[in-house]
Design a protein around this ligand. Sequence first.
Ligand SMILES: [Zn+2]
Length: 157
Amino acid sequence: MKCTASSKETGNPCKANARPNGFCHFHDPDAAEALRETKRKGGQEKQRRYPQDAKVLPAMALTVALANGGPKAVLSVCEQIIKAIIEGELDYRTGGSVASLLNVCVSAMKMKETDSRLSELERKTRPLEGLTQEQLLQLVREGQRNGVAAAANTNGH
Ligand SMILES: [Zn+2]
């Protein structure tokens, strides 16, 4: 006996051998229900496996906030993620997502750092604007003399 269902795509009758209930393995409504049940249980299983996700993550976010988001905080959070994954408290996929976001944070920190250093440099060099080459060279010579004097003082004590 052939399966009594027809192909969804072509509309032609299914050519597979039927089970006692008149359907093949793929068209059997009972089998489909069993498959849904298996998937549903699998989903529950996954949720049960990482019950701490929701507890672990806010603690990490808090750490970043308290430390004002410096590189030290990022390192600390990474350590927490690794520990939580190893101890089975955090799904490695969740940990991976957080790690990716931390990467974005680090990039932003670097940009901020570069920006403030550039601003500082601009502020320091502003008084030099408009000086002649000779005046600039004079300043450099004075700077070198002062530098040598400072080094000599340091060595003397
Ligand atoms: Zn079939």
